[in-house]
Design a protein around this ligand. Sequence first.
Ligand SMILES: Cc1ncc(COP(=O)(O)O)c(C=O)c1O
Length: 393
Amino acid sequence: MERKFIPLSVPNFPGNEVKYVSDAVASTWVSTAGPLIPKFEKAMAEYMGTDMVVATNSGTAALHLSLVDAGVGPGDEVICAALTFIAAVNPVRFCGGEPVFVDCDKYFCMDPDSVQYFIDNYCEMVDGKLINKTTGAHVKGMIPVHVFGNMANMERLMDIAEKYNLFVLEDATESVGTFVTEGRYKGRHLGTIGHYGALSFNGNKVMTTGGGGMAICHNEASRHNMAVLSEEAQDMAKKEDNLLFIHTDVGYNYRMNNIAAALGLAQLEHLEDFVATKNRNFAIYKELLDGKNGLKMIDYTPGIRSSMWFHQLYLDDCKISRNEMIEGLAQRKIQSRPIWLLNPDQAPYKNSLCMPLPNARDYVGKIVNIPCSSNLTEEEVRIVCAEILDLTK
Ligand SMILES: Cc1ncc(COP(=O)(O)O)c(C=O)c1O
């Protein structure tokens, strides 16, 4: 019998997904006013041990709303990750701001040393503001991304932020389900540590709402501002605004819809199972591949319970190249993918200021993401490992 195709990362609907979505459709509440949206907000907030959340129609929208609330405007600079999906950077430009790119650490996340290097070599404090001496711009904040379910070094980044008066927007889009188990932030879910956090529930994420996201903050004024901005700057909580179309600002159409929230509520019931499967599968990959044929499975950051969203195979001293690996696996009906091109090498950011990127550049050429769906069976993991070992022997 022919073996099934093994995809990289697909949604997994093991429980009430169809029921809750059907019920939502049957109720005719399909758009942004439905009752399941606040219900999903409450459930996610409880799961994460926080209370200031705004459900959005994408993680990108959550990032954008956070930057608007943080006051990023034309000419401002924001410290961004060179190695990550470009959606973590674009919202800076939506605000008219400019990214400054820094390197990653060995867990793919923003390297505090690289942030400090930028500050020491390019910046000075003027009247309590961090100013880039070479551009004259106010550096207002940073967006550390918790890449692949890892954790950026939040203790050091928060210290740097406090010292230089910067906001921290945690891009936790890839780390839903990850929380801290050691140190200063023990018990905190990623996205709830910085001044702002953003989650994504896109189709390939740990849990999905089809498309969706969530902005997290720590004061009611910000939560209210982001909620209002997400609905065309109309305060839906005020009855007269609802009826008279009073808009207090230039807002956005960023609110989550009721069908997405229905899906999210069903997915949340299984989030812990998804994480458990990913943890089990990573352990098998590690046991079967790490140290064999010039291959390395990159560990997740210590001191966290990681969601292990994506698994990273590093071609350390391997006889085939990254592209040969991806093509070889594709021929064997296994989907894999390279890591992103670096953001400062992408067309919109070729002229942006960028710190040296030795770690990120090394990873770009040598990382292959291998199958990691939350419904991937143990048997499938063993098949993937056998094929990888065969390709590299
Ligand atoms: C690091 C990062 N930031 C932002 C996003 C944007 O999230 P969304 O696709 O929900 O807009 C994603 C994923 O898609 C991501 O991986």
